[in-house]
Write a protein that binds this ligand. Structure first.
Ligand code: ASN
Length: 313
């Protein structure tokens, strides 16, 4: 009983926090501006899917999030990566975006993280016949323009939060993870975020099989993260995709993956039908946290879904 009472008390304190309304207004305007800008640039908005026989295997271990409908085991969406590729099989749609809810049941290692949620949303994009540079250029222009629009549309909210938005300017610096590792050591990711004053791209990470390995430079990967300045950490990840059957199979085997779970996806790839695409996914709550100048991602959410959450509501 005591536990429940303190949970409710914390929730009521949080929901009545004077900063929570301006944060929600900023988020609402942000979503509006991101969607408007993407549409202006020729993107078509698709609806998210929330369950499927397969989902993103991710680059780190999480608890399984599965349900069963009749005889069919389904996974809750960890990211829409594969569905973005499959959607672009249609030749008459070139650029898509989705506001996509993702479930990732993080392990206790992430319990103290101020940047992880068990459920969050991505602003997910994918572009046909595009390279990683095309995606980075789009993301830069999206962020520069959205920040510019926010400055005049949520002035009062930002001033309540005591936050002045950084003036973003494209292009953002681009670094390779190898160079950064050499310069800063293994902890380069955290250090670059703490030391930089502008958002920057870091390229070339060895991770999920669907991020394309450079055919000309094996061992180099055509992917990237965007890192926020002032210690705010990861903003997004993106990449060119593997789309050729032999490459996909080789990459999956290298990682010792269970091919059976991907049988239908592999079947489409075997028929040569997967389009050549590149894309990325922006963590929306992480972006709100950065815009609002908050330290902990739980502070920008109405309902706590941080890894340490006790799920009061
Ligand atoms: N959305 C990311 C991408 O498009 C994938 C992810 O979230 N794991 O690359």
């Amino acid at each position: 009983m005591d536990m429940e009472l303190s949970g409710t008390k914390n929730f009521l304190r949080h929901i009545n926090n004077p900063h929570l309304a301006p944060i929600q207004r900023i988020q609402s305007t942000l979503l509006h501006e991101m969607q408007s800008f993407a549409r202006e640039q020729g993107f078509v908005q698709l609806m998210p899917i929330m369950m499927s026989p397969f989902t993103d295997p991710l680059n780190h271990d999480v608890y399984p999030a599965e349900i069963q409908y009749r005889t069919v085991p389904l996974k809750l969406t960890a990211s829409m990566i594969f569905h973005k590729q499959l959607a672009l099989i249609r030749q008459d749609i070139d650029r898509i975006f989705i506001v996509s809810p993702n479930i990732r049941l993080e392990k206790p290692e992430n319990k103290t993280s101020k940047n992880h949620l068990l459920e969050f949303s991505q602003f997910d994009i994918e572009m046909r016949d595009a390279g990683m540079e095309d995606v980075m250029v789009f993301l830069e222009s999206l962020l520069v323009e959205v920040f510019r629009r926010l400055e005049s549309s949520v002035t009062e909210e930002l001033s309540i939060l005591g936050r002045s938005l950084p003036r973003l300017k494209a292009p953002f610096p681009r670094y390779s993870s190898d160079d950064l590792r050499e310069r800063y050591g293994e902890d380069f990711y955290r250090l670059i975020s703490e030391q930089t004053t502008v958002p920057c791209f870091v390229t070339n990470f060895k991770r999920e099989f669907y991020d394309r390995e450079d055919p000309e430079r094996p061992g180099t990967y055509r992917n990237f993260d965007l890192i926020y300045p002032q210690g705010y950490g990861e903003a997004l990840s993106g990449a060119e995709r593997e789309y050729l059957y032999d490459d996909i199979l080789r990459r999956m085997k290298e990682l010792g993956m269970n091919l059976e779970a991907y049988a239908n996806y592999l079947d489409v790839a075997r028929q040569g039908l997967l389009p050549r695409t590149a894309g990325a996914g922006i963590g929306i709550q992480r972006l709100v946290k950065f815009i609002c100048g908050k330290q902990n991602i739980a502070e920008v959410c109405l309902f706590d879904r941080s890894v340490a959450s006790d799920f009061v509501f």
